[in-house]
Design a protein around this ligand. Structure first.
Ligand code: CTP
Ligand code: CA
Length: 224
């Protein structure tokens, strides 16, 4: 990794970031996925490293280069992401940007599922994945600053406020994904805490990352 400049705002701090989708196998050739590109999470990891933080980035399957100075752990499934996050603790702050698949197929088939020729459909049973953010929120190694993302297509702020409370997070970055945000280069977000809702202007994902990293530095300075 890179050596942080002396006096860097996040020098000596460990920040954990999750990014990208997860893939949940159905059989050896098929999986459940979502439209997350990983761009926002990777930009946040890079922005935190640029402020001197030690950054552990737990990344789902994406085709993006690792930002300079970031330690990257690649995972495929929600359960692998959960284990990698737990293994990376303790952390001063965690920013969970990943679009974790909510459900996985209960017991992926070991062989490719074949059509049986009569039109009978496979019996896919879904089970819920662990909630990594909620687990951190109530865990014994809770990061001092715990930040989630919420992708919403409607009622963006109320849904984010409900998630903040339900998951025990300090901030939720609420993301209006009703347009072409997923995979795109720009983002419209609200920074939601128990005390306030801040609406940020529509801006490039890199600018969201820089602004959030600066806010994280402010918050960690003010409580340490
Ligand atoms: N998250 C997580 N583990 C999960 C699901 C979500 O850590 N199994 C995290 C995401 O990384 C994000 C936050 O929780 O930081 C909110 O994710 P979101 O999908 O918006 O919340 P859900 O509780 O899954 O609600 P929804 O039904 O809207 O998908
Ligand atoms: Ca979800």
């Amino acid at each position: 990794g890179q050596i942080a400049a002396p006096g860097a705002r996040l020098a000596g701090k460990h920040v954990l970031v999750t990014a990208g989708p997860t893939h949940e196998p159905i059989d050896p050739v098929r999986y459940i996925a979502n439209r997350s590109s990983g761009k926002q999470g990777f930009a946040i990891a890079g922005a935190l490293a640029a402020l001197g933080a030690r950054v552990t980035l737990v990344a789902g399957p994406v085709s993006l280069p690792t930002p300079p100075g970031v330690s990257r752990i690649d995972v495929e499934t929600a359960r692998e992401m959960h284990a990698a996050v737990d293994a990376a603790l303790p952390a001063d702050a965690a920013v969970l940007v990943a679009a974790v698949a909510d459900w996985r197929s209960d017991g992926a088939a070991e062989q490719k599922i074949k059509k049986d020729g009569t039109g009978t459909l496979p019996d896919l049973r879904l089970v819920e994945n662990p909630d990594i953010l909620a687990g951190l929120g109530r865990g014994s190694q809770r990061p001092r600053l715990l930040i989630g993302f919420a992708a919403e297509t409607e009622n963006v702020v109320p849904h984010a406020q409900a998630k903040l409370a339900r998951k025990g997070a300090d901030w939720i970055v609420a993301n209006d994904v009703s347009g072409d945000v997923m995979g795109g280069e720009a983002n419209a977000v609200h920074l939601v805490s128990a005390a306030a809702v801040e609406t940020w202007e529509h801006m490039p994902k890199q600018a969201v990352a820089d602004r959030l990293a600066a806010r994280i530095a402010d918050a960690l300075e003010n409580v340490s």
